[in-house]
Design a protein around this ligand. Structure first.
Ligand code: NAD
Length: 370
């Protein structure tokens, strides 16, 4: 049979806003859609930049309300990964993936394997990892199909759960801030309030307790807060008011958007240094916190320990080498704070500038110095 036009099913597709409306202004390199009829897989991979290396970022498995919501989310997250990697000095670009649907109801090994074939087809321009809704076991399964995956379990020679590394990085960021504000990296006797004592917050509390810091902890789960407090001599404070506790360092380690027009005037700390992603509710809040006199350590510089750790899987994971690289967060943060001071800009803008300078330098090198 000779086809004279588009298949009937394709002809029925409704027009929709295209990915180029996001890609063009933000200089995205590629957005790829993957579908597998046998398993029902629907996935999107966004590759923001491969200037510094392959676009690395996790796979979020989530029941997005609409396809557009999934597209916006995957692009926003891939863009963030480019900056996080660049600021951390890693030779990798920014990418991210989403699988559309509720993992609790649609996840099967066959679906994950179909997703792995989709990732493999991108030939290493995108390297995947764990994120919300996916697990190290999923990464192990993906590894059976493609080498373009990180964050596999320790049993498989990978780096395992990144949370301890992230907590370690936050600790080094706090030491940098202490050095800047009080002339010594020591955190002994410093009052630190941690909001959210899950995987990162609890490990951070242990480090700080060992350093002799005086802790307050908050968590929406009272049992979790009580458990951490019990072995770190911390005081438990209500989750809703954690940002307004009188302390030296407030450390948001739960959700994003904790620093807003409503909360910034209520801060009673000298600095904010935490692991939560996207701590500033809006771009304007970077100015607001600067004007308030509180030092804000940019989230993606502070919480890069996890990605630095994962990056060490290349060429064989070595914990000691990973830890040495994570310590670099201290120097990176001091460089960001210096740049902000020198140029009279917010610390968030200084982090972006540092990342952009590195990407631009690599772009120029790739063009042969032009
Ligand atoms: P987690 O889910 O293990 O812990 C989060 C904790 O915060 C939980 O105990 C939860 O009960 C608590 N919580 C939720 N809402 C809260 C609220 N409003 N106030 C106080 N507590 C609240 O998550 P995690 O892996 O520890 O990550 C913490 C944050 O750090 C997240 O924003 C995450 O995106 C970010 N982050 C984590 C890593 C990592 O390696 N795990 C890396 C980079 C960034």
């Amino acid at each position: 049979m000779v086809h004279t036009g588009a298949p009937a099913g394709v002809g029925r597709l409704a027009p929709m806003p295209g990915a180029f409306s996001i890609m063009v202004p933000e200089r995205f390199e590629q957005v790829a859609y993957g579908h597998d009829a046998a398993t029902g897989l629907r996935a999107i991979v966004a590759i923001h930049s491969t200037v510094l290396g392959p676009g690395l970022g996790g796979t979020r498995f989530w029941p997005f309300a609409t396809e557009d919501e999934a597209l916006v989310d995957v692009c926003r997250l891939a863009h963030g990964m480019t900056y996080k990697h660049a600021a951390a000095g890693l030779d990798q670009g920014g990418g991210k993936a989403v699988i559309l649907g509720d993992p609790a109801t649609i996840r099967t090994d066959e679906l994950i394997l179909a997703y792995a074939r989709f990732v493999d087809g991108l030939a290493g321009r995108y390297v995947t990892a764990e994120d919300v809704g996916t697990t190290p076991a999923d990464m192990d399964l993906i590894r059976t199909v493609t080498p373009h995956v990180t964050g596999v379990s320790e049993a498989e020679g990978g780096s395992g759960d990144p949370s301890p590394a992230t907590a370690h990085g936050v600790l080094w960021a706090m030491r940098a801030v202490a050095e800047r504000l009080w002339g010594s990296p020591s955190l002994e006797g410093r009052r630190v309030c941690i909001s959210g004592v899950g995987k990162v917050g609890a490990a951070l509390a242990d480090h700080l307790h060992a350093e002799g810091a005086r802790l307050s902890v908050a968590d929406v789960r009272a049992d979790t807060a009580a458990e951490v407090a019990a072995h770190t001599s911390a005081t438990v404070v209500p989750a809703a008011g954690a940002h307004s506790v009188d302390c030296d360092i407030f450390s948001p380690c739960a959700l994003g958007a904790v620093l807003s027009a409503a909360t910034i005037p209520e801060l009673r700390c000298a600095a904010v240094v935490g692991s939560a992603n996207n701590q500033l509710a809006t771009a304007l809040d970077a100015q607001r916190i600067r004007a308030s006199g509180v030092l804000y350590a940019p989230d993606y510089v502070v919480n890069a320990g996890g990605v630095i750790n994962i990056a060490q899987e290349k060429g064989g994971y070595d914990r000691a080498r990973a830890e040495a690289r994570i310590r670099g967060i201290h120097d990176t943060l001091l460089a960001v704070l210096d740049l902000a001071d020198r140029q009279g800009i917010t610390t968030a803008a200084a982090a972006d500038r540092l990342a952009e300078q590195r990407i631009e330098a690599a772009r120029v090198t790739a063009r042969g110095g032009r």
